[in-house]
Write a protein that binds this ligand. Sequence first.
Ligand code: NAP
Ligand code: GDD
Length: 335
Amino acid sequence: MSHGTVESDHAGEDTRTALVTGILGMDGSHLADLLLRKGYTVYGLARRSSRESTSNIAHLEGHPRFTILAGDLTDQNSLIRALKVSGPDEIYNLAAQSFVGESWNTPEYTGNVTGLGVLRMLEAVREHGAPVRFYQASSSEMFGKMVRNPCDEDTPFYPRSPYGVAKLYGHWITKNYRESYGMFTVSGILFNHESERRGIEFVTRKITRAVAMIHAGLADHVALGNLDAKRDWGYAPDYVEAMWMMLQPDEPRDYVVATGETRSVRDFLGAAFSMIDVEDWTPFVRIDPRFFRPAEVDVLRGDASRIERDLGWRPGTPFEEWVRRMVKHDIEEIG
Ligand code: NAP
Ligand code: GDD
């Protein structure tokens, strides 16, 4: 885990309040853990329809400084109410239709939640009136067909999916509200990050669960799409630290958050299967055309030197270590 210079100023005794949208997701739950450790009061926004998938925050049930509020990024009034009830100092807007593959099936819905949802949050902040610091979860998918390698904050965008296009809207509207209204709004352009709490549709978790199933004798293969795709993968608990750090300086600024390393899905398979002492994973993988996308982001790699220089953030957990944690977690869960 990285330790920025700002951390020591607030560690332990913080009395601030944060509102986190997407609280039931991977990042939302890790961020809630971090903020509660720092002493924040945390309100998490969740859709009523999602009350069944609360496993990521089950350990926070009954925490005296943690409250779930009902709300939806497609319902403006619910957002205004959430701000009224929580009275936050900081807002982390993490809610989104976040699965790139699904965004071709539901492009309009993805645009509404992942794009326009950001506008609704910003309007709710304006309506609320009180000074609030706002974090938007921007994405390396906005770089898509990378025009420069590695990508930094000045690299032009070239999204390759309805999800990437929707995120680009969220990114620019966040910047526009900063410039139009002087609001403290920042975007973190985060490259892929994973953890034991990752949704099972994403490739890393799909693989680590399959490895655990194969290890337990409950499956004999995993069906995947493009094994040549390359991603700059990091560990989510490190990345939520970067989100928090971005809201601490006096001046708002956007940052790229990445490891600077890129690996293919094949590399990930090698690392995950090696955790159960399987060197040749090829007999356990079948290629299924259903998992190919209409347009692919072939490779992503980020340059996070600005956030390291300004805020002291660095990715802390090595690749092999977090892959080991994911496989171990899934073996225990399945066992
Ligand atoms: P995630 O696990 O999919 O979490 C997203 C959360 O948003 C889910 O809990 C989901 O609720 C909620 N949500 C979806 N639609 C909503 C709506 N209409 N109203 C309110 N909540 C809604 O995603 P994540 O990996 O934690 O990512 C967090 C954010 O960072 C997302 O915005 C994602 O696009 C972005 N991002 C992620 C990465 C990455 O590699 N993880 C990288 C860059 C950017 P349900 O539980 O009800 O579905
Ligand atoms: N999901 C999935 N399932 N992906 C597969 C599969 C499969 O069976 N087989 C190959 N892949 C490839 C995809 O084609 C893609 O190139 C790569 O694995 C990673 O896919 P995902 O894990 O679904 O993540 P993503 O890169 O598309 O999107 C994630 O990262 C973005 C940041 O770059 C999500 O977390 C987004 O919300 C996030 O913005």
